[in-house]
Ligand binder design. Structure first.
Ligand SMILES: Nc1ncnc2c1ncn2[C@@H]1O[C@H](COP(=O)(O)OP(=O)(O)OP(=O)(O)O)[C@@H](O)[C@H]1O
Length: 417
């Protein structure tokens, strides 16, 4: 069951907003509604956020992000459509019902977090618990735990004025964590921070997420932030969700020209990772194979090197064309393994971190799973082309979600020799 589910969610500001819904359903555009004195802030938004997912809503100022998040936590009532939290329809809840949802399910972190200046950091973090009537001892324990999670261990007794801006924003995060809800809504939560502190907070959020598995709906107008944080991203324009996808899908398969232009300047080397661009490891040979088989495979795939893998698909080395040709000429039946190490990287490694290895290594980079099994390869040319033209083939490989190594012609002693 999705943690958050929006179905046809629409919010129109102005008098008699239902008129706007009707007009929209009749095909009217925003300008038409504006002439009627209506502002369609969110139009027909439909998406699901899975439990444990970081779902980023991304769009320029005025695209409707804040309105959308305010409907999720019940600060605004939708004009049309349905919003469900953990399967419960919260679209038209009473004030008491909404309070209950906020108390138990959803907490929120804002851009400018209003800390109570005369209360300690610990009391600030524990504030929502106080409102809920949680007893003092438990409040303090939970606040302390939450402060430790955001790197503010030992600061509970200080006043907000003693903290830097970044630290205050951490208190906001701690407050949401102390509340103990499974869903956290973050509205431009890091946008007011200096770039370096902002990056630190993003890292921390990713760490916390890995540890706690919260469902996070994160709003930002910063594409790089969206791409860094989001498991998936919803791109909004003029109140509509124009695309929902992983950062890799948004980069390589933009739904329209607007999205394509938007992502044109993204630093692809930081957004795409090895797993996104790797190719099927076809140029791979088993250790028992001989030089003739290696030579044949190289010709077939027009490559100048082959990775050598054992039966467990672990990479044991590399052979190069010249050495293989020599071995064939000399009638040798042993693969002429090169002494060169093969760079092995995890599928999560950003492309930016692959350049050094790619530059110093003649062999393609080996992308290996945690258990060391070969998942794919990245020849230098693939790395370079991934940075410019959308890498459609490799994107398909990654999107399939299958083990690209399976079913490939890995030759060994029993194979074509
Ligand atoms: N209470 C309101 N009354 C009337 N119009 C509103 C109201 N709140 C928002 N709007 C309008 O709805 C549209 C969407 O605004 P919203 O604040 O949701 O966008 P946003 O993407 O969050 O922008 P920003 O990043 O600047 O906050 C805008 O045209 C805005 O002027």
């Amino acid at each position: 069951m999705p943690a958050i589910e929006a179905n046809g969610l629409t919010k129109i500001f102005g008098r008699r907003p239902q008129r706007g819904v009707k007009l929209l359903k009749e095909g009217a555009d925003r300008a038409r509604l504006r002439r009627e004195g209506l502002t369609p802030a969110v139009i027909d938004a439909t998406f699901e956020v899975a439990p444990g997912e970081i779902f980023v809503v991304m769009g320029l100022s005025g695209s409707g992000k804040s309105t959308l998040i305010r409907m999720v936590n019940g600060l605004l009532e939708p004009t049309d459509g349905v919003m469900r939290i953990d399967g419960q329809d919260v679209t038209h809840l009473s004030a008491a019902g909404l309070r209950e949802v906020r108390r138990t399910k959803v907490s929120m972190v804002f851009q400018h977090f209003a800390l109570l200046p005369h209360r300690t950091v610990g009391e600030n973090a524990a504030y929502p618990l106080k409102l809920r009537g949680v007893n003092k001892a438990e409040r303090e324990a939970r606040a302390e735990e939450a402060l430790a999670l955001v790197g503010l261990k030992g600061w509970g007794g200080s006043l907000p004025s003693e903290l830097s801006g970044g630290m205050r924003q951490r208190v906001g995060l701690a407050r949401a964590l102390a509340a103990g809800t499974d869903i956290m809504l973050m509205d431009e939560a890091f946008s007011a921070l200096d770039p370096l502190i902002r990056k630190e907070m993003q890292d921390q959020l990713l760490e916390l997420q890995a540890e706690l598995g919260k469902t996070i709906l994160f709003i930002t107008h910063d594409l790089n932030e969206a791409m860094r944080l989001g498991d998936r991203i919803a791109m909004m324009r003029d109140g509509r969700v124009v695309q929902v996808g992983t950062s890799e899908q948004i980069l390589n398969e933009p739904a329209n020209d607007y999205v394509a232009q938007f992502v044109a300047d993204v630093d692809r080397s930081r957004v795409l990772s090895a797993g996104d661009v790797m190719e099927r490891p076809v140029a791979v040979i088993g250790p028992e194979s001989g030089p003739k088989a290696a030579h044949k495979l190289m010709r077939e795939h027009q490559v100048s090197s082959l990775l050598v893998t054992g039966r467990n698909r672990k990479v044991s080395g590399v052979v190069f064309e010249n050495d293989v040709a020599d071995a064939v000429r000399q009638g040798s039946d042993r693969l002429p393994l090169s002494g060169e190490p093969v760079a092995q990287v995890s599928p999560d490694t950003p492309l930016a971190e692959l350049f050094h290895d790619a530059a110093v290594s003649r062999a393609p980079l080996a992308v290996v799973a945690e258990d060391g099994r070969l998942q794919g390869v990245i020849p230098r040319v693939t790395l370079l082309s991934a940075l410019s033209v959308p890498a459609t083939d490799s994107a398909d490989t990654a999107a399939d979600g299958e083990d690209p190594a399976d079913g490939e012609p890995v030759l060994d002693a029993a194979g074509a020799k």
